[in-house]
Ligand binder design. Structure first.
Ligand SMILES: O=C(O)COP(=O)(O)O
Length: 229
């Protein structure tokens, strides 16, 4: 993958009025805490631990993606109970190893200087998002936060993105969406937003991000600044 910000289309000529961000794998590197919760559960169930390089690329797929990785078919037979155990464990250790991606502070302060609004659109459930954001002083002030259960549909449906745009009183066409998963780029495209792939996030070796048709790729959060006209 490239290390430079690359554009599939021309560089934007118009600045966005708002930039919406995915959370896991885009603003916050949450993989270590998600993986620790999974491995704690695997230990409880006398199953082998999953190494970092295996759980990390699945961290954007939430509890289901991680439990499927660790428990395989056993997950499908015990979905509800395993999900509950996982979420309880993750909830009580949600910000032990989680960190902001380097360059996020520079990016957010540049957006604030330029008067560009910011929102978060995540598939993480509300109860977890509400616990996590106050742990990061840069993210705590973000007022518009749309979670996986805010509406009755989640990404790749575009509705959560449209909901955030509406809450900011900005047209969807004046928003950009930044995310690291195929469902993020699909949701952004369907919402009519310019899409930016955070290729520093949780992209699996079997993924084909060049096929997702993001408008731009960035390899660090502050590379987004270079895309602003
Ligand atoms: O927890 C999830 O399901 C993924 O969260 P994300 O949408 O912020 O990547």
């Amino acid at each position: 993958m490239s290390t430079e910000a690359v554009a599939n289309t021309d560089l934007p000529t118009q600045a966005p009025k708002a930039i919406l961000f995915d959370l896991d794998g885009t603003l916050l590197d949450t993989a270590a805490d998600l993986g620790a919760a999974l491995n704690h559960m695997l230990e409880q169930h006398q199953r082998p631990a999953v190494p970092d390089h295996e759980f990390r690329p699945l961290a954007s797929h939430g509890a289901n993606g991680l439990l499927q990785l660790g428990f395989g078919d056993h997950f499908h037979a015990n979905k509800q109970s395993l999900r509950e155990q996982f979420l309880t464990r993750y909830e009580s250790n949600i910000a032990t190893h989680t960190v902001l991606y380097k360059g996020t502070q520079e990016l957010l302060s540049e957006l604030s200087k330029r008067g560009i609004a910011v929102a978060i659109v995540t598939n993480k459930p509300t109860f977890l998002t509400k616990l996590l954001l106050p742990e990061f002083s840069l993210l705590a002030p973000i007022e518009v936060v749309v979670c996986g259960d805010t509406l009755n549909v989640a990404k790749p449906d575009p509705a959560p993105l449209m909901h955030a745009a509406q809450a900011l009183s900005v047209a969807a066409s004046d928003c950009w969406y930044v995310g690291d998963a195929e469902r993020d780029i699909e949701a952004g495209r369907r919402a009519g937003m310019r899409t930016i792939l955070a290729e520093y996030g949780y992209i699996h070796a079997n993924d084909e991000p060049h096929k997702w048709q993001a408008d731009h790729h960035i390899s660090a959060p502050n590379e987004l600044i270079k895309l602003l006209p």
